[in-house]
Ligand binder design. Structure first.
Ligand code: ADP
Ligand code: MG
Length: 219
């Protein structure tokens, strides 16, 4: 589903070398991306949703290749890739329901279908009761759940989670991890980047380690 072939991404001010021939992510897989700050985790994830293109090598996602994908195709593909970050990046002037609904409105989903899908994902993350509440009235963990709901509402084939528990206490982190595992169980691939190795002990899944931009696999 996703493959990296001899990929290098370099930046003007420094060099990140993301190298691994035939590194692949299969449909529905759960994968940890572990590495210290500055090792290239976010860069690798951005290469997956073509927010960055490799300097050398090829990234293939679904049926698209970094060497031939067109701008228009990138927007189409991104509708099917969910991304969440350390900061939930919610719209402050919209309530929980509206934040999630917005992700459907920008791709022209009919209103009736919108309500059905938004309520369904809010149920999945356990925030139905809080649908009229504004982001500032939520805990950090709840805000991340809204971000997850917003990513899920478009039925992505993969969810990229870039240090989603970075700002959370252990209890909220566990809840987020539980949700991500549930998402994986229902068939969506999940890539979870973190610099916290402990997370992987409690929930063993495939691990990619990244150090100074070099990716290696370990189990
Ligand atoms: N746009 C950019 N321009 C220059 N250097 C960058 C850019 N983005 C990332 N880098 C550098 O690439 C390396 C990897 O960054 P990043 O992928 O953000 O790592 P991580 O997410 O693991 O903390 C770092 O040294 C960072 O400074
Ligand atoms: Mg990062």
């Amino acid at each position: 589903m996703i493959s990296f072939q001899s990929v290098t991404k370099s930046f003007r001010e420094g060099l990140t070398a993301l190298i691994r021939v035939n590194f692949t992510i299969e449909k529905g897989e759960f994968l940890y991306l572990i590495g210290p700050t500055g090792s290239g985790k976010s860069t690798l994830l951005r290469l997956i949703y073509f927010d960055l293109l490799p300097s050398a090598g090829e990234v293939r996602v679904a049926n698209y290749s970094s060497s031939s994908i067109k701008r228009k195709e990138i927007s189409t593909l991104r509708r099917k890739i969910g991304v969440i970050f350390q900061d939930s990046k919610l719209l402050k002037d919209r309530n929980v329901y509206e934040n999630v609904a917005f992700a459907l409105q920008v791709i022209g989903t009919p209103r009736r279908e919108e309500a059905k899908r938004v309520l369904e994902v809010l149920g999945r993350v356990g925030l139905t009761q809080k649908r009229h509440v504004y982001p500032y009235q939520l805990s950090g963990g709840e805000q991340q759940k809204v971000a997850i709901a917003r990513a899920l509402v478009r039925n992505p084939f993969i969810l990229l989670a870039d240090e989603p528990t970075g700002n959370l206490d252990p209890e909220s982190s566990d809840e987020i991890l539980y949700l991500l595992k549930d998402i994986h169980t229902s068939g969506t691939a999940v890539v979870l980047s973190t610099h916290h190795h402990e997370l992987t002990n409690k929930n063993p899944f495939r691990i990619l380690r990244i150090q100074l931009g070099v990716v290696t696999e370990s189990s």
